[in-house]
Design a protein around this ligand. Structure first.
Ligand SMILES: C[S@@+](CC[C@H](N)C(=O)[O-])C[C@H]1O[C@@H](n2cnc3c(N)ncnc32)[C@H](O)[C@@H]1O
Length: 511
């Protein structure tokens, strides 16, 4: 097996460019050879939030509170208790947590810090898959649209964003994007040399020519994004590369092209350990070097950009810059040809009225839209937008084709946190003991107390919300989706979720 070396091409290039001195090169080598800490961000909308946070708080090495996020850090993956690891894996799989490197959290944190000052209401995450930064953005009160060009990665994105919040998801290349946004996050594809703690590629496969190719793509992504920015809008540009060709050179080229219309915002106060961006780097005279990557001849205040070395935050390497468009700029864009895949719920639709009345959805009916799909109707919460492949959170799902009875629809876990507070009917309160009985098989009504039996018999066959109401129980005030059959109560909880419930109960009771 090849051995990592302080003499690798990547480090030599960074040093020749003046990004690293001898001492920093050694520091980078040393930290580059140690594994990354495990960082976990808990979904603030998850019903297990408090349980998970209490548990993680006791077990982690460090807990950071940055804006409204609580981040739990374990410095050594191997020292995490097996039970806690199992809970983390299970909760991540179910989107109750996100495993995300610390430096990858910075671009959304920058956006969150600028929301009020720059009146940001809408954000487009233009290179969003697999969704770590989008999942962070949707925790704010802004309308988030996520896009990625790669269809397979969009599927992963959609899966990972379940339960995190309202988000519209597009699957198009940057030149097909329509509409305008207050802020666009360009987390661009890059060489990924900042990932040297988790991948061997930066050590053995890094090539300058790849950086040149990436520079061209990155520039195109930022230029295209500018067409979709509202006046006074913000672009956040980020990469996990430490190389100026993929970082400052892209920003410099944009500032030079749109001089006077775009300014670079200083974001150092948001990322205090970050380093200043550089204004000097090598001018390569090879044929394939893009001229747009040449270093500046004038002052562009590139020091306002932030470069993170792994040793700065015990993370990976990263780069972030924030650009503000202060005057409209003219880049041709075509905004015709909008296709609507979604429409507002048809108020005359019999099934819609049945669902609405059965679950008392009136207060939120204007936020619910119907997916136009030949065989399946789903209700989502969100704004209908063209080209969406997914839109909002799924609230109800069709179970059986061709059957338009209430029981052919079921409430979905994805959007339960959104509708649950509005659903006043079709709820039942169970003690923890009764709830746990449901795990193995549907429980006949007559095995519950008369009070609960009467409650269950009130409703037609279909979904119901089960609340746990036992005092001093760790799952008190928790809610789950159940199913009322003709004579039995069943649950809609997957095997893996039951496992999580038991692990959490066990760990919390033991503590
Ligand atoms: C660095 S990754 C994004 C990571 C993501 N922001 C996250 O935090 O999980 C870059 C993404 O850009 C996407 N991409 C590359 N070229 C693109 C283009 N022309 N338009 C849209 N997305 C593109 C890739 O498919 C890839 O998923």
């Amino acid at each position: 097996m090849k051995k990592r070396s302080v003499d690798c091409d990547l480090f030599s290039e960074l040093q020749q460019n003046g990004i690293l001195n001898e001492k920093e090169r050694l520091e980078l080598f040393n930290i580059g050879c140690t594994p990354l800490p495990l960082c976990v961000r808990v979904n603030q909308k998850s019903k297990y939030r408090d349980l998970l946070q209490t548990l993680f708080n006791k077990s982690c090495d460090e807990m950071k509170v940055i804006q409204n996020h609580k981040i739990f850090i374990w410095n050594n993956n191997k020292s995490i208790k097996k039970e806690i690891k199992e809970i983390i894996d299970n909760a991540v799989e179910r989107n109750y947590c996100y495993r995300q490197e610390l430096c990858s959290m910075f671009p959304p944190l920058v956006i969150e810090s600028l929301i009020n000052k720059y009146h940001i209401n809408t954000v487009l995450d233009i290179c969003a898959a697999p969704g770590s930064k989008t999942s962070q953005l949707v925790e704010n009160k802004i309308l988030v649209t996520a896009n990625d060009v790669d269809p397979k990665r969009v599927q992963i994105l959609a899966h990972r964003l379940n339960c995190w919040g309202n988000v519209n998801i597009l699957n198009c290349s940057i030149d097909q994007i329509k509409g305008k946004y207050d802020c666009i996050l360009c987390d661009a594809p890059c060489s990924g040399d900042g990932t040297l703690r988790k991948s061997s590629n930066p050590w053995f496969k890094w090539k300058l020519t790849t950086s040149f190719e990436n520079h061209r793509i990155q520039l195109k992504i930022v230029r295209e994004s500018l067409k979709h920015l509202n006046e006074n809008g913000i672009i956040i540009y980020s990469t996990c590369s430490m190389n100026p060709i993929e970082d400052e050179a892209v920003i410099h080229s944009i500032l030079k092209e749109f001089q006077g219309s775009i300014e670079l915002i200083d974001i150092h106060s948001i990322i205090p350990n970050g380093r200043n961006g550089v204004s000097i780097w090598k001018k390569y005279d090879t044929i394939n070097c893009p001229v747009t990557s040449y270093p500046p001849l004038e002052e562009y205040h590139l020091e306002r950009c932030v470069r993170i070395f792994p040793q700065d935050y015990n993370s990976g390497g990263f780069f972030i810059a924030a650009l503000r468009m202060n005057k409209g700029i003219s880049i041709a864009s075509s905004d015709e040809d909008t296709m609507e895949y979604f429409e507002k719920a048809n108020k005359d639709n019999i099934l819609w009225n049945q669902l609405k009345n059965e679950f008392e959805l009136q207060p939120i009916e204007n936020n619910i839209i119907m997916k136009k799909d030949n065989s399946l109707y789903s209700w989502y919460n969100g704004n209908p937008i063209y080209q969406s492949v997914f839109c909002g959170c799924k609230l109800f799902e069709r179970r059986r084709k061709g059957d338009y009875s209430l029981s052919s629809f079921r409430l979905c876990e994805d959007g339960l946190f959104l509708v649950q507070p509005f659903i006043k009917k079709r709820r039942v309160k169970l003690s923890l003991e009764s709830f746990l009985k449901l795990q193995d098989q549907p429980v006949p009504f007559n095995l519950f107390s008369t009070e609960i039996q009467n409650e269950l018999k009130k409703w037609k066959e279909g979904s119901i919300i089960i609340e746990i109401t036992q005092k001093n129980c760790k799952l008190d005030s928790f809610y789950f989706i159940g199913w009322i059959g003709k004579t039995t109560l069943n649950h809609n909880i997957s095997k893996e979720e039951w496992k999580l419930i038991h692990l959490l109960l066990k760990e919390s009771i033991n503590k």
